[in-house]
Design a protein around this ligand. Sequence first.
Ligand SMILES: Nc1nc2c(ncn2[C@@H]2O[C@H](COP(=O)(O)OP(=O)(O)O)[C@@H](O)[C@H]2O)c(=O)[nH]1
Ligand SMILES: [Mg+2]
Length: 331
Amino acid sequence: MTVALIVIVVLLVVGAVLFVVARPKRRPALPAPKASPDAPAVARTAAPPRVEGLGARIRAIFAGAPTEDAWARLEDLLIRADVGPKAAEDIVRQVRDKVASGADPADAVAQEVAVALGGDTELHLRPDELSVVMVVGVNGTGKTTTIGKLAAMLGRQGKKVSLANSDTFRAAASEQLGVWADRAGAHLVAQSRGADPGAVAYDAVQAARARGSDVLIVDTAGRLHTRQPLMDELAKVKRVLEKAATDVEEVLLVLDATTGQNGIQQARVFTDAVQVTGIALTKMDGTAKGGIVVAVRDELGVPVKLIGTGERLDDLEPFDPKAFADRLVRA
Ligand SMILES: Nc1nc2c(ncn2[C@@H]2O[C@H](COP(=O)(O)OP(=O)(O)O)[C@@H](O)[C@H]2O)c(=O)[nH]1
Ligand SMILES: [Mg+2]
């Protein structure tokens, strides 16, 4: 009996120690360069090494005259930074032209990345009446968290914000949104579990109007294992919102930056089902591979509008292509 007790206590202590030791550490979004400039362009593997210090590596590649090998290494470097093969090829082609006419390679890469990321990156909300923002994406990407942070951001701009949850399937979903509404000082449109998502959306518009809100942000379901019914449900919620309000100003797709190319493939079903107007790229604090922003923009054809950098209320930034490209390449 006592022996069994001692064994259990020892196991518990070992378990606790392992838990503390093995816990992943958070990484900064774009860490300072760890210069190993002439690391060889290794073959791509399923889990490519993190690319850190893109700028330092670009400068190292072009330390001498630009050779064919240097251009191939630049393309490989961009791909390993998650830029995506197609965008990497385009960027290298443009940079070659610029360098041929005397530009600095790192500057030219920064400029081309900014161009690739350009377009309309602003959130468009109505100044005069209720704006509706619908938020879609796979479960776990950070929809609810981003909605909380966005509500806080809009609140700081003096807007009255209502939040509604049209994922009535999960009871916990509404509770989580309620916690974020409290933190952000937003108004939560309550609904009962199991209600029809379209009906919830309709009631939410009425409630937000009655309350005099400037913005209504609608959280949605993201269960992928029932893919087709989910897309039908989202399309229906959007139609109901359009009917109840004047329009849906923004359909934001939330994408987890740490999922790389897989996340982009998954996101495609959403861009096909509901016309996505902007991307919120979350967990940029969890990846050193900022190039994913370029791949997302290039492969989904939708501008990145928001960047999530953590789990706190103010860890959301409006996306600024030029500042981002500079930060990526100067690192
Ligand atoms: N590090 C980090 N974690 C995030 C970020 N956004 C969301 N998360 C975390 O991702 C997890 C899933 O978020 P949640 O909002 O519930 O995702 P949802 O299922 O899409 O609504 C939670 O643990 C969040 O705290 C971010 O920008 N950075
Ligand atoms: Mg959620």
